[in-house]
Design a protein around this ligand. Structure first.
Ligand code: IMP
Length: 433
């Protein structure tokens, strides 16, 4: 029995969707525990491409249970669109395959409007959010004025809560953000219109997971975004508003830490970031463009071009520590196919000081310059390689170095977007079965 958490080990977009999809084969239940439709997984099954923002990608596997834990924030409109899209493609034929915790906080129209208007007003100081209302929804959750999924299914409760909160939101929208106020009746009609279609998905993640564990299931906890976007441990304030590190799975799904058996961090063989915020190894030159083009580095959610840079071991070590990683899955190795040499940042220089730990102080981090080591590239096409031993020596040397620098085993190497372009060195599920 394994209870495995998958997290992004960088700033998101590490290719988690594909790895979750692969590990789902061994799990009976897949759980999301934080974030919302700011995430975006692009999945390629055969020749069919599916983009999911909210529903765990495990939904593409027949018979797997997908649970949206209490730590997630949910936009019911997006959720329903995803459900309908999946059903049209022949997935989710049985509604019991999907469950939403009643304590999930709803993303409301005012959250989205506030998110976008605040960014506009912030000008150069903007966070670069996805504009999906994520931050404002978490603010209301912690401020104890959130409207939860279970409230939506009780019309009188929903209307009362909406009435209570909307006056404050409209005041803020009109008087601080110079925005139009929102109409209470319109929101009420729209949201209550979704309610009956969503009722069948109501459940409780914690008890469901407990039952699954007692039945001997393997459970996969699917993180969204990345560790460096964590609201506590990330590059604050340029972060998302949830706990993206592994601990978030415990609070966001209602499982105790003693029951977690593995934590796998997904890292690209280089680094990308969308939105604003410090990024010490960012490349502003032709090499950055090359990585962006070769890696198709454009956001799955917003379509924004991603910032690109060399692999940052200082940042990766931070992810190993804050998540307690038991393994690293290295993705997009094939994007480096053509390079003669590859640079890896192993420390930062701040003034005269050499830093081997990721600085918590934002101003220090912004002033750091990377110290690089160069490793030899392989200059060959590795996309069809099936066995680790058949990878060019330079690829295996790169992996060995990453393991040595981080002190964490590399359990998987991905050499292309398809499921069959994945080399598993250690299978955390197989070991426990
Ligand atoms: P928010 O989550 O929309 O509030 O955005 C906050 C920051 O997190 C911005 O820099 C976003 O670009 C970033 N972000 C949010 N979700 C993702 C993701 O799934 N991948 C990468 N970056 C993300």
């Amino acid at each position: 029995m394994a209870n495995l958490i998958i997290v992004g080990a960088q700033w998101g977009d590490e290719g988690k969707g594909k790895i979750v999809d692969i590990y789902t084969e061994y799990a009976q239940d897949v759980v999301r525990f934080q974030g919302g439709n700011n995430a975006g997984h692009t999945l390629v099954v055969g020749d069919q491409k599916t983009v999911l923002h909210l529903i765990p990608s495990g939904i593409l596997h027949e018979g797997k249970r997908c649970i949206i834990g209490n730590g997630v924030v949910l936009d019911p409109k997006v959720f329903l669109e995803e459900i309908e899209g999946l059903k049209k493609k022949g997935y989710l034929q049985d509604d019991r395959q999907l469950m939403v915790d009643g304590a999930v906080n709803l993303i409301m129209p005012y959250h989205k409007r506030i998110d976008i208007a605040r960014e506009l007003k912030s000008g150069a100081k903007k966070i670069g959010t996805t504009g999906r209302g994520i931050g404002p929804t978490y603010e209301d959750k912690v401020g104890r004025r959130g409207i939860r999924f279970a409230d939506l299914l009780k019309p009188e409760t929903f209307k009362r809560k909406l009435h209570e909160v909307l006056a404050e939101k409209n005041f803020y929208l009109e008087n601080f953000l110079d925005e139009q106020p929102l109409d209470e009746q319109e929101i009420s009609d729209e949201y209550l219109g979704y309610a009956e279609k969503l009722r069948c998905y109501l459940g409780r993640a914690s008890t469901e997971i407990d039952r699954a564990i007692k039945a001997g299931h393997n459970i996969l906890f699917e993180g969204a975004q990345g560790s460096l976007l964590d609201v506590d441990h990330g590059t604050y304030p340029y972060v998302t508003s949830s706990s993206t590190v592994a601990g978030g799975a415990c609070t966001g799904a209602g499982i105790g830490p003693s029951l977690i058996t593995d934590v796998i961090g997904i890292s690209k063989a280089y680094v990308t970031r969308v939105g604003e915020g410090p990024f010490p190894t960012e490349l502003h030159d032709e090499m950055g463009e090359r990585l962006r083009a070769a890696g198709h580095e454009f956001g799955a959610t917003t379509g924004r071009p991603r910032r690109t840079g060399w692999l940052d071991i200082v940042a990766l070590k931070e992810a190993v520590r804050t998540n307690g990683l038991t393994g690293i899955a290295l993705t997009k190795m094939d994007v480096l196919n053509d390079l003669e040499t590859i640079k890896v940042c192993t420390a930062y220089k701040h003034g005269e000081r050499l830093l081997e730990e990721f600085p918590q102080d934002f101003d220090i981090l912004r002033e750091c310059t990377p110290v690089y080591e160069e490793v030899a590239g392989w200059q060959s096409d590795i996309n069809a390689v099936q066995k680790y031993a058949e990878l060019p020596q330079q690829v295996r040397d790169y992996v060995d170095k990453i393991e040595a620098w981080t002190g964490c085993p590399v359990v998987l190497v991905s050499v292309g977007p398809r499921r069959d372009q994945t080399i598993q060195r250690i299978n955390p599920f197989a070991e426990k079965n």
